[in-house]
Design a protein around this ligand. Structure first.
Ligand SMILES: [Zn+2]
Length: 140
């Protein structure tokens, strides 16, 4: 079995010296956050689009939630054997709403309003045998 570990997508997240963070951008003029990074500001009320890189996380709160009760088809990577998992829309304290899997042994106990933190965790193993890591959220 391969021990290779790969990221689900390049440049979207990193394990920084402060812990896991999503990599996005923020408009210096109007403070609007973007994830993934944006080359320009899309706020119609913003007078001057001036972007800088920004890191987001780790704290957030579940805004909406669903349970994945059946294995999604490839290329979605899942842990084998399949176990139902929660997927949540999470409001980060920085003002972003981000979709992510919820890491929990009891997904049916996870609820809207729960506080979560960003983690980098395996989604499963892809067709090449590599372990795929991505951002997820863990209840705290
Ligand atoms: Zn702006």
């Amino acid at each position: 079995m391969s021990t290779e570990t790969i990221e689900s997508a390049e440049g979207l997240f990193a394990d920084t010296k402060n812990g896991p963070r999503l990599l996005g951008s923020r408009c210096v003029t109007c403070d609007t956050p973007y994830f993934p990074r944006s080359a320009g500001c899309h706020n119609p009320n913003c007078d001057l689009s001036k972007m800088e890189d920004a890191e987001f996380g780790p704290k957030g709160k579940i805004w909406s939630l669903s349970i994945q009760n059946y294995p999604p088809p490839p290329p979605v990577v899942i842990i084998d054997p399949f176990e139902p998992f929660a997927v949540g829309m999470v409001d980060l304290v920085e003002g972003l709403r981000v979709l992510g899997r919820i890491v929990s042994d009891t997904p049916d106990k996870v609820d809207v309003g729960d506080e979560v933190e960003l983690v980098l965790a395996p989604l499963g193993v892809d067709a090449t045998g590599a372990e795929v890591i991505s951002w997820q959220f863990r209840p705290i």
